[in-house]
Design a protein around this ligand. Structure first.
Ligand SMILES: Cc1cc2nc3c(=O)[nH]c(=O)nc-3n(C[C@H](O)[C@H](O)[C@H](O)COP(=O)(O)OP(=O)(O)OC[C@H]3O[C@@H](n4cnc5c(N)ncnc54)[C@H](O)[C@@H]3O)c2cc1C
Length: 407
């Protein structure tokens, strides 16, 4: 049986582990934190991500944990005037899968349960990887405590500060995009109804955006507030934030926006420096490859970072599944199936990269281009850019990672 190591048990790593277990591989996941979980924040699961989750067998779970976006609007920051009405989402009719908003922790829990149902012992926590090695015939990780583990191949899903990436391709620094984001969750019952008219709303102001939408059927209101900053001086890229700083940054926004922000509980507000990385010419070295933010961290202006990680995982799972089918049929004809396995694994990793590289590089470019447009000085310009941006973004939604012929 082919053995694989996955570095990182975030959304990308767990989706990958699930795809590989379903493909019949023996999987070990190494995760640095002691307790598995995700920070509280909302995530847009666009139809292309929904299709990747369908391939992974989680369509019903997605319907259970997801909220369909209600009709909404875009408002002027100062007057609160509605600049654009946003109709009810038509994704199911257009792309064959609805768009959902989910709580990150709910999606993470779903993936974790599905992985553990197939192999309850495959994840090792408190296992920070400090180095990765890849040779022509195997790959291995070296943990912080000195232990070493080897497998036939390895995938690094260890996020934007990936040790796998720097081990394989040398160090490079993430780029600060010039934006920071505050993300918060508010209990729906605490919010006066008039502040949620309509429940989904984006408020645009000079060089700033405030987006809110309901999660868990309205039990929580998620918001993300983004503003320009010349530097990121905090320790770490995601830190707990004080409400005062957020209120000062958005002080000239209309009163409903500010009243809503004031309802954020102190322990549910986080601030993120938004970073990305320049695309790598290749992600694969011998028996190791990269996936998700480790391969292609992008700014969140198209909401496609986790989505692309899910697509990567589905495509990799399909390729490994085809490899297994191929090996079973070859085994009955060829006696030396080990050599065959060695050659085919390397080819499978290159095939994965080939199937994914152009698409994620285009999504990264799209996301970078959005940043200048969405944060113009004038709300009318922002609205035009958002309209054009949404139309372009929808070109991504048709894709079905479970059917991509390149995989
Ligand atoms: C403000 C903001 C809003 C966003 N909104 C959206 C959105 O709406 N939709 C969307 O699709 N994306 C969104 N994103 C992007 C999304 O969050 C990321 O693209 C996604 O989390 C990447 O998943 P990942 O599994 O590749 O990496 P991560 O989520 O970073 O997971 C990496 C995992 O690896 C572990 N790890 C790291 N290093 C090591 C090591 N050395 N050893 C062992 N384990 C290790 C970490 O602990 C973690 O569990 C947003 C991002 C931000 C900042």
């Amino acid at each position: 049986m082919t053995s694989a190591i996955v570095v990182g048990a975030g959304i990308g790593g767990l989706a990958t582990a699930l795809g590989l277990l379903r493909a019949g591989q023996q999987v070990r996941v190494f995760e640095q934190v002691a307790a598995l979980g995700e920070v509280g924040a909302g995530l847009s699961i666009t139809p292309n991500a929904g299709k990747a989750l369908r391939y992974l067998g989680l369509e019903a779970e997605l319907e259970r944990i997801g909220s369909r976006p209600p009709a909404g609007c875009i408002r002027h920051f100062k007057t609160g005037t509605v600049l654009v009405q946003l109709p009810q989402d038509q994704s199911r009719e257009r792309y064959g899968m609805p768009l959902y908003h989910v709580h990150r922790a709910d999606l993470h829990a779903c993936l974790l349960a599905a992985v553990q149902a197939l192999d309850p012992h495959c994840i090792t926590t408190t296992a920070a990887v400090r180095h990765v090695h890849s040779t022509a015939s195997s790959a291995s990780v070296e943990l912080q405590d000195g232990r070493r583990h080897e497998a036939d191949w390895l995938v690094g899903a260890d996020g934007i500060h990936s040790v796998t990436r720097s081990s394989l391709f040398g160090p490079d620094r993430p780029n600060f995009t010039g934006y920071v984001a505050w993300r918060g969750l508010i209990l729906g019952d605490l919010v006066p109804r008039e502040l949620l008219e309509p429940p989904l709303c984006m408020t645009v102001g000079p060089r700033r955006l405030l987006m809110r939408y309901p999660l868990r059927g309205g039990a929580l209101i998620n918001f993300v507030a983004i503003a320009r900053r010349s530097t990121w001086m905090e320790e770490g890229w995601s830190v707990r934030a004080g409400l005062d700083e957020l209120l000062t940054e958005f002080a000239d926004f209309e009163s409903h926006s500010l009243e809503l922000l004031r309802l954020t509980p102190a322990n549910r507000l986080f601030k993120w420096g938004l970073f990305d990385r320049d695309p790598l010419p290749t992600w694969t070295l011998a028996r190791a490859t990269l996936l998700g933010d480790a391969a292609h961290a992008m700014p969140p202006f198209t909401g496609q970072g986790a989505v692309m990680a899910l697509e990567d995982a589905a495509v990799l799972g399909r390729i490994m599944s085809a490899l297994k089918d191929n090996q079973s049929s070859t085994d009955s004809h060829i006696i030396n199936s080990d050599d065959n396995n060695h050659n085919e694994l390397g080819g499978a990793l290159r095939r994965y990269e080939l199937a994914r590289h152009a698409r994620v590089t285009a999504a990264l470019a799209m996301s970078r281009a959005r940043s200048e447009l969405y944060f113009a000085d004038n709300p009318q310009q922002q609205v035009q850019a958002l309209g054009a941006g949404m139309a372009e973004l929808r070109t991504l939604y048709d894709y079905d990672a479970g059917r991509d012929e390149a995989a």
